[in-house]
Write a protein that binds this ligand. Structure first.
Ligand code: GP9
Length: 424
């Protein structure tokens, strides 16, 4: 079956709905501009270093016409940045065998861009690096992106670190957005804040004292601050081009940048945070939906992960999808926080609203650790048994469904039967 007929089946017809979810259709028909920000962690939000806000633009945005998710976690595997794209847009967890853009190349996928195309949207993705990196060029047609603007089309006017700078990427993206028919779904995948966070002084705006200057943490702050100012510039440009009020701007971090294993970074961070830097701090990324003119101003504290992006945004766009087509949950209509996490090769770790479970590296449940998020107190492992099984089920179910192309075959999506076949 072609994708068109599959999408017809997936989108639940309006007449079938009994009760609409909260915020259903809030952004229906609007242009969507998503910024997937490289190595962007949540701990910098609303924080100051040497008396200066690290993310002043985003801090303001969060307070005005925005929904901010403050307990949102990365869910990436081998594919790092590309897995963040994959998981966010499919609502399934990444492959455990290879990077998802390799494992699932050629598969029929139900993705946010694919569904939006059915609603008349144009889809476009921008990334200032070579198109073959992470197999993006081959994979984007399956992800539903019609147009891919990479380093082959973009001018090399400002290169920082691994590729085109944030500011140049956004600036060069605007004419493309102006030239395509509206509404559009656009994704900007950024690079400037990629490890090791080295930039020339002329791009640095924070004045740092000797505690931070030229340290990994100080350099990280500078690149994140540069990202923040680039988002400010993007918003100004959207206003000047008449695109701002009919667009929604979404920003999320793709994965962590400062590893706990990096002793220098962790030592500096613990002084900066005045607290221990733990796994959940490391894996938490910001997620923000800015809806100009909406007067919405809310913080969602329910624990979620990247698999939740697809159902959450779909609900906001007024697209109702049967929940057997994704693993995640609509974070605006769910109070049961849960995020399966990938921290090392042993699988089955997860985070809930009040606790964290970290599966032992040796894969033995009894050697694992679990603690209360607020008090840091260790919790009896038996309390994590069910969550651990759920985390494993989410991982293997994602893989089983995607590998075996079960998505187009509605009648085969009997979740309980699949779990039984998998021995879970
Ligand atoms: C490469 C960029 C960075 O194109 O997406 O990828 P990462 O190394 O962070 O996965």
């Amino acid at each position: 079956a072609g994708f068109a007929s599959i999408a017809e089946e997936v989108i639940v017809e309006e007449e079938e709905e009994v009760e609409k979810n909260k915020y259903n259709g809030l952004i229906a028909g609007k242009n969507i501009i998503v910024v997937q920000a490289e190595s962007f962690q949540n701990f910098v939000i609303n924080k100051e270093v040497n008396g200066q806000q690290i993310t002043p633009v985003l801090n303001q945005l969060i307070k005005n016409d925005s929904i901010y998710f403050s307990n949102y976690y990365e869910q990436v595997g081998w594919g790092n940045t590309s897995d963040a794209e994959f998981v966010s847009h499919t609502g399934f967890l990444p492959s455990t065998k290879n990077y998802s853009y390799k494992s699932y190349e050629g598969k029929t996928l139900i993705t946010l861009p694919n569904l939006l195309k059915k609603k008349g949207y144009n889809t476009i993705v921008f990334h200032g690096n070579e198109p073959d990196f992470w197999n993006r060029k081959n994979m984007y047609p399956y992800m539903g992106f019609d147009t891919f603007i990479s380093s082959e089309e973009l001018e090399e006017e400002e290169i920082i670190g691994m590729g085109l700078s944030y500011k140049s990427l956004f600036k060069q993206g605007i004419p493309y957005l102006k030239s395509i028919d509206q509404p559009f779904y656009s994704l900007f995948i950024t690079l400037t804040s990629h490890y090791p966070y080295i930039m020339e002084d002329k791009y640095k705006s924070l004045t740092l004292n000797s505690d931070y200057k030229d340290t990994i943490l100080g350099n990280y702050f500078q690149t994140v601050n540069y990202l923040d100012s680039a988002i400010g510039q993007l918003i100004e440009d959207l206003k000047n081009e008449g695109l701002y009020y009919n667009s929604v701007i979404i920003v999320y971090g793709d994965h962590h940048g400062l590893k706990m294993q990096d002793e220098e970074a962790t030592e500096l961070l613990e002084v900066f945070l005045n607290a221990e830097y733990r796994e959940d701090d490391m894996l938490r990324v910001p997620f923000l939906i800015h809806v100009p003119g909406s007067n919405i101003n809310c913080e969602i504290t329910t624990t979620g992960g990247m698999v939740d992006f697809f159902p959450t945004i779909a609900n906001l766009l007024g697209i109702s999808i049967e929940n057997s087509y994704y693993i995640g949950k609509d974070l605006l209509n769910n109070n049961n926080g849960f995020a399966t996490t990938f921290i090392h090769t042993a699988k089955g770790s997860f985070i809930e609203d009040d606790k964290v479970f970290l599966m032992s590296r040796d894969g033995v449940f009894e050697n694992s650790r679990g603690w209360n998020k607020d008090t840091d107190e260790e919790i009896d492992l038996q309390e994590f048994k069910l969550g651990h099984e759920r985390a494993l089920a989410e991982i293997y179910l994602s893989q089983y469904i995607l590998e075996n192309q079960l998505l187009p075959l509605k009648e085969q999506l009997d979740i309980l039967k699949i779990l039984k076949e998998m021995g879970l």
